[in-house]
Every structure is written in structure tokens, then in C-alpha cells.
Design a protein around this ligand. Structure first.
Ligand code: 5GP
Ligand code: MG
Length: 194
């Protein structure tokens, strides 16, 4: 039996609070929607050709994408993808591996890949490459967070919510060993928890 099930005692600091996250996500939603809409309206071909498809990467993007899509007043479809990089109680990402099937009906569509955080860039690079093979009309990437490390900064990404220092963060969808995703604020953990 666990000795405690609250998470307040595990938090070292709040990096970005829920209000700042909410405001930025609304702003991003408007920006991304305007760009996608402009593209979709100018796609030659049949109706299907201009479709907007969001591809959220599980599991870290669930909170972000839920808020983002509600700030995008557009017709869109959602196709989730599962990619594994961390496994269990670790704080360093490893090789990104696809753990689900790539949708096969993306030709001619406008795809927006959504992830929680851009770290080594392996996840975004892998997913972008696999999606590109389906010959969509356009592919964009959007992350809530980007770590200010050389690998992340060198990875092309179209929309970024916040640049953050190179620290292991949880909350706003991000986990440690599967926990803390439901923390509303983006936080760092006390070292004794890790
Ligand atoms: P990348 O492939 O860019 O190295 O890593 C992307 C994935 O690693 C993210 O989708 C996320 O699941 C995980 N990740 C990277 N940095 C952090 C972090 O600071 N905290 C948490 N919880 N996950 C992270
Ligand atoms: Mg992830």
C-alpha cells in the first residue's frame, strides 16, 4: 500500500503555472488554426485533399492537445500515434520507436503533429519522416515545450509554446514513471523523488 498518494510534497518548484500555459495554448491554437485554414483553402483537388489531420503523440500530449484543439475552430480529424522513448522510471530519452501504426490515408491532407516536449528531437524527426512518406500536402509540428539544448534547437519545429531550461519536468501531461501527468502546472520534482 502506498504511504502517500498526494503529489504536493514531491514538487520542487513550479516552472510554468496553469494560467500561463492556458493563455499560451489559446494563442498557439489561434495561430496554428489560421495557418492551417489558409493552406487548406488553397489545396487543389477534391474535398478530401484539403483535410486537416491532427496527429497527437501519446501519451504526453494528451493534456496539451485537448486544450489546443478547443482553441482551433476548424473541422479536423484526429489520429493518435504512440511513440516510446522513455520507459519506466528514467529521465533520459532513448531511441524513439513507433508503437502503433502510421495512418495510411494522409495523402493530400494537412497534418499537424503535436507533442508535449522537444528534447533530443528524435521523436519529432521520426514521426515527421514517417508521415512525410504518406505524401500529405503539408506537415507541421507543434510542441508545448522545447528544451534549450543544442539538439532541440537544431530540430525544425513550426510552433513552440515555451522554451525551458534543460531540467526534467512533469505535469501538463508529462510524466515520471507514469505519474504526475495530471499536475496542472509544469513542475520540477524534488531530487529524492527521482
Ligand atoms: P525526444 O525524442 O525529443 O528526445 O523526446 C521527446 C519525448 O521524451 C517527449 O515526448 C517526452 O515524452 C519525453 N521527455 C523529454 N524531456 C522530458 C522531460 O523533461 N520530462 C518528461 N516527463 N518527459 C520528457
Ligand atoms: Mg512523448
Amino acid at each position: 500500500m502506498p504511504t502517500s498518494i498526494g503529489f504536493q510534497d514531491d514538487i520542487k518548484s513550479i516552472l510554468i503555472d496553469r494560467d500561463r500555459i492556458a493563455a499560451r495554448v489559446r494563442e498557439l491554437g489561434r495561430e496554428v488554426a489560421a495557418d492551417l485554414e489558409a493552406d487548406a483553402l488553397h489545396t487543389p483537388g477534391d474535398e478530401h485533399a484539403g483535410e486537416i489531420i491532427l496527429v497527437p503523440i501519446l501519451t504526453g500530449s494528451i493534456i496539451f492537445v485537448a486544450d489546443l484543439i478547443r482553441a482551433m475552430p476548424l473541422k479536423m480529424r484526429i489520429r493518435v500515434l504512440s511513440v516510446t522513448s522513455y520507459a519506466g522510471a528514467v529521465t533520459q530519452s532513448k531511441e524513439a520507436k513507433l508503437a502503433s501504426e502510421i495512418p495510411s490515408d494522409l495523402a493530400g491532407t494537412h497534418v499537424l503533429i503535436v507533442d508535449d516536449i522537444l528534447d533530443s528531437g528524435k521523436t519529432i524527426r521520426l514521426v515527421r519522416e514517417l508521415i512525410q512518406q504518406q505524401q500529405p500536402a503539408s506537415v507541421r509540428t507543434c510542441v508545448l515545450l522545447r528544451k534549450t539544448i543544442p539538439e532541440a534547437l537544431a530540430t525544425p519545429c513550426d510552433y513552440i509554446g515555451f522554451d525551458i531550461p534543460n531540467e526534467f519536468v512533469v505535469g501538463a501531461g508529462l510524466d515520471y514513471d507514469g505519474y504526475y501527468r495530471n499536475l496542472p502546472d509544469l513542475c520540477t520534482l524534488r531530487p529524492e523523488v527521482l
